[in-house]
Write a protein that binds this ligand. Structure first.
Ligand code: ADP
Length: 542
């Protein structure tokens, strides 16, 4: 017997319709690419996204067509986002920090028909446009006054493009399983892989993100997503914030400490989300200028492990911290570290111990850890295993890749190695390809990195496994010192001594001027392994 409830498909554009109707005057504030601060609201964004849909239809775009956006977090990007999805086309966010050849590869693989981009990226697109045969036109997110001379095919300024539409348009209704959006993982190994989200998965993910223990905002809060729309859907914030009527502050192209601080401060932002490198820049700026953020209630941090010293720094400022883990394939939220009973009253180091885990999942994400043969491992907080996940907002296949990516029980292998404790708190110890295998035992590179950045002179630290004749692999600690600071190999090892098992101690410390990062701000270990491929430990001689 079926239930007798209404057939109301979960469609992404219903979110912005809701925001326009019930939170129409709620503000969306942007640091525009052209420079000035721009203010609009959900009602205007909704009205203009209808014009985007109409303009796309005029250009012949239909259900299932892919439209690329290569753009910063701005109100125009949000209009485009909903305008594309409203006609059943697919909003393909492309990460502009990738190499131009990777961007070309991704656009070709997705067969994007239109590219919608910011002024910033016009020069790089001009260089690769001849390699993009599927692209019929380029829309530049600006107005006539700022539109540059360009060789891009059928280029038009966004404001002119939508001005040709009157906005008298109705969005379509279709099956909620229709594809809505697409995002390629950065592919640090092999080709990038396209994750194809559905309307249903995005709406369900937004509802998951809306809980107090997840992103934790409401209609009375202000959210600044430093995490870009092109990085795993800005962690769901572009859906979640309008669905609750949360005020949005969009940082545009400027993500340095001073610029982010300025917006957080002037717009009285209560919640913000971004990767650790962004928070490092913010904290450095605030310390150097002795400034505070009294309105900031919550800093959400994910994408890479959040160091303990960073958690402490935000707590000292009076903000709460929410360490999150997830991935593009998971829409992306997987877990968030909140204090639940019996830990709510914990203080000091014990509190930090919980906040530093990657947390537990919201409803809608199931997890397990297994050994290499797929056998489930115990949740004892100590045993490491392959972390596998299942849920309605988790990928079951990649776009145009003919391979099964799920195990027999329908779980997706995240490629991460983690422990689970009896309360469901998960702790990432490594990417499976980064874990250091020493004498048959595993050493967590992330634990060592987190510890090393706690040394006052260390700006950033990376640990890689280097071949060792006796132990197979041993950890090499690679350190970038803070500007103007100094520390020796011995200083750093002494600082770590006693805080980890003896056999986890790095065999050596190498100092570098800069640590390379991926396009999503993670440490690029493949490049470091390459850089240190001829390295031998002093202890490994003979
Ligand atoms: P990309 O590979 O394109 O950067 P993702 O953002 O999807 O894309 O990366 C997901 C991976 O990032 C996870 O599988 C995990 O290895 C890492 N990651 C994300 N959040 C955390 C975290 N809080 N701690 C440690 N690693 C994390």
């Amino acid at each position: 017997m079926l239930g007798l409830m209404q057939d109301w498909p979960l469609l992404c554009h219903k979110i912005i319709e809701h925001a326009a109707k019930y939170h129409g005057t709620q503000e969306v504030v942007t640091r525009s690419v052209e420079g000035p601060i721009h203010r609009t609201n959900y009602a205007e964004i909704h009205a203009r996204s209808l014009k985007v849909s109409q303009s796309l239809e005029r250009d012949g775009i239909k259900l299932g067509d892919r439209i690329a956006t290569i753009a910063w977090n701005t109100w125009r990007h949000l209009e485009v986002w909903y305008g594309i999805m409203g006609i059943g086309a697919i909003c393909h966010t492309v990460n502009p920090r990738l190499f131009p050849e990777q961007i070309a590869w991704i656009v070709n693989h997705a067969q994007d028909r239109i590219v919608i981009t910011d002024l910033t990226f016009v020069p790089v697109l001009e260089k690769i446009a001849s390699q993009l045969p599927s692209v019929e036109r380029y829309v530049v997110l600006t107005d006539k006054a700022h539109m540059p001379q360009t060789t891009l095919k059928n280029a038009v300024a966004y404001e002119d493009w939508i001005a040709a539409s009157d906005g008298k348009f109705e969005w379509k209704t279709f099956d909620e399983n229709t594809a809505a959006a697409m995002c390629y993982t950065s592919g640090t190994t092999g080709d990038p892989k396209g994750v194809l989200y559905s309307h249903r998965s995005n709406v369900l993910h937004a509802l998951m993100a809306n809980s107090k223990d997840a992103l934790g905002t409401s209609a009375s809060d202000t959210m600044l997503p430093v995490v870009p729309l092109f990085h795993a859907n800005s962690w769901g914030i572009a859906f979640s914030a309008p669905s609750m009527g949360t005020k949005l502050v969009m940082p545009g192209p400027k993500l340095d400490g001073a610029s982010v601080y300025e917006l957080l401060s002037t717009e009285k932002v209560t919640h913000t989300a971004g990767v650790p490198t962004v928070w490092l820049m913010l904290l450095q700026y605030m310390a150097a200028n002795n400034v505070k953020l009294p309105d900031l209630q919550m800093v959400i941090c994910g994408g890479s492990a959040m160091p303990r010293s960073m958690i402490q720094a935000f707590l000292d400022m009076g903000s709460q911290v929410r360490h999150a883990w997830g991935m593009t394939e998971m829409s992306p939220l997987g877990t968030l570290a909140t204090l639940k009973p019996p830990f709510t009253e914990r203080t000091g180091e014990e509190r930090l111990d919980i906040l530093q885990t990657q947390g537990y999942p919201p409803f809608g994400v199931e997890m397990k850890i297994t050994d290499d043969a797929g056998k489930e491992l115990p949740w004892d907080g100590k045993t490491f295993g392959r972390l596998k996940v299942s849920g309605p907002a988790i990928a079951k296949a990649y776009f145009r890749v003919d391979a099964n990516i799920l195990d027999d029980a329908g779980f997706f292998d995240t490629g991460d190695v983690s422990t689970m404790d009896e309360h469901g708190y998960m702790r990432i110890t490594d990417r499976s390809k980064d874990v250091i295998k020493s004498g048959g035992e595993w050493i967590s590179s992330i634990d060592l990195e987190n510890l090393a950045v706690g040394h006052p002179a260390v700006a950033e630290a990376a640990v890689i496994g280097v071949h060792h004749p006796k132990w197979d692999e041993r950890p090499l600690l690679i350190v970038q010192l803070k500007q103007g600071q100094s520390a020796t190999r011995e200083d750093i090892l002494k600082f770590m001594d006693g805080k980890i098992a003896k056999w986890w101690m790095p065999d050596d410390v190498a100092f570098v001027d800069g640590i390379p990062h991926t396009a999503t701000g993670k440490i690029l270990k493949t490049a470091l392994r390459d850089q240190f491929k001829d390295y031998t430990f002093p202890t490994a001689a003979a």
